[in-house]
Ligand binder design. Structure first.
Ligand code: GLU
Length: 281
C-alpha cells in the first residue's frame, strides 16, 4: 500500500504549484495524508490553514484524517534531537548569517551564496565552513548558558562516516546520497527543537509515508533527509519529485505571485478542471 502526503507550509495562499503537488500526491497513493508544516510560528497563520482545507476540497481532493500539524509535534522532534546529540553529531554554532556570508565571500566561494534560503526548506544556504565545530565543548556550553543565540548544526562528515554510503530511490532509480554537499546543516535552533529537515523525516516516518512526492526544487533535500533517516533508524520512503509549474516567462511560481493563487483563480471564474488543464495533469 502506497502512502503519500501533501505538506504545505501555511505561510501564504496555495498557488498552481501547490495544486500540482497536492494532485500528484493524491493520485500517487492508496492513502493520501495532509500535513501542515507550521513550525515557523512567526510566518504561519490559521487563516492560511483554513484556506488550504478549502482549496483542497474545492479541487476535489480528500485526505485521511487526522491532519497532522507540526506545531503539535515538538516533543517528537526534541526526542530525535536528543538521539542525534547522544551520538555526538550536534554542535552549537554562534555565527550569524552575516558572519557566514562574509567568511564565504573571503574564501572566494560567493557562488554558494545563491543557495541561501533564509527560512524556506531545502538547502540551508551558503555552505558553512564549520568554524564552531572546532569550539571546545565546554566553551559551547558556557556560551549557550550565557544566553547567546545559537543554531544547532549536524556534523555531517561524522554522520556520514557513521552511516556509510547511502542511496535514495527517486522514480525507481537509486541515487547516491551526497551528504557533504550542503555542509553542516542547521537542524535546530536555540528556541526551536527542530528544522525543516528534521521535522520532515520524523513525521514522514510517524505518518508511515512510503512515497514522498513534491516539487523538484526539493530534490536536493532528499540527500539530507535520507542521511537523517539512516541516523535515526527510520524507514526509508521512496521519492518521486515532479517538475515545477512555470509561469509564462519560465519562472517558478511563488507565494509572492498573488495573481496565481487558487483563490484568485477561483474568483476569476476558473473551475477545478481549468486548474488541472493549466498544470497539465
Ligand atoms: N513544507 C514544504 C513546502 O511547503 C514541503 C515539504 C516537503 O514536501 O517535504 O514547500
Amino acid at each position: 500500500m502506497i502512502v503519500t502526503r501533501f505538506a504545505p507550509s501555511p505561510t501564504g495562499l496555495l498557488h498552481l504549484g501547490h495544486a500540482l503537488a497536492a494532485i500528484t500526491a493524491h493520485e500517487s497513493g492508496d492513502d493520501f495524508l495532509l500535513r501542515i508544516e507550521d513550525i515557523d510560528k512567526g510566518r504561519s497563520r490559521d487563516t492560511f490553514i483554513e484556506a488550504i482545507f478549502f482549496d483542497l476540497k474545492w479541487l476535489g481532493l480528500s485526505w485521511d484524517e487526522p491532519t497532522l500539524r507540526q506545531s503539535t509535534r515538538m516533543g517528537a522532534y526534541a526526542e530525535a534531537l536528543v538521539n542525534l546529540k547522544a551520538h555526538g553529531l550536534v554542535y552549537p554554532c554562534f555565527c550569524t548569517r552575516a558572519e557566514i556570508a562574509q567568511e564565504i565571500a573571503r574564501a572566494g566561494e560567493a557562488q554558494h551564496f545563491d543557495q541561501l534560503g533564509p527560512s524556506g526548506p531545502g538547502p540551508e544556504g551558503p555552505l558553512y565552513s564549520g568554524t564552531c565545530r572546532a569550539l571546545p565543548p565546554e566553551e559551547g556550553l558556557r556560551r549557550m548558558g550565557a544566553g547567546e543565540s545559537y543554531a544547532l548544526r549536524l556534523d555531517v562528515a561524522k554522520a556520514a562516516a557513521m552511516t556509510g554510503a547511502l542511496t535514495f530511490k527517486e522514480h525507481g532509480h537509486l541515487h547516491p546520497v551526497d551528504p557533504l554537499r550542503f555542509g553542516d546543516i542547521v537542524i535546530a535552533r536555540k528556541d526551536m527543537p527542530t528544522s525543516y529537515h528534521l521535522a520532515v523525516v520524523v513525521d514522514d516516518a510517524y505518518q508511515k509515508v512510503s512515497l514522498v512526492t513534491r516539487g523538484e526544487d526539493l530534490l536536493p533535500a532528499a540527500h539530507i533527509q535520507r542521511l537523517l533517516q539512516a541516523l535515526l533508524k527510520l524507514p526509508e520512503p521512496a521519492y518521486a519529485h515532479h517538475p515545477l509549474v512555470l509561469d509564462d516567462s519560465g519562472r517558478k511560481f511563488s507565494k509572492r505571485d498573488g495573481a496565481v493563487t487558487l483563490q484568485s483563480l477561483r474568483e476569476a471564474g476558473l473551475t477545478p478542471a481549468d486548474i488541472r488543464a493549466r498544470i497539465g495533469i
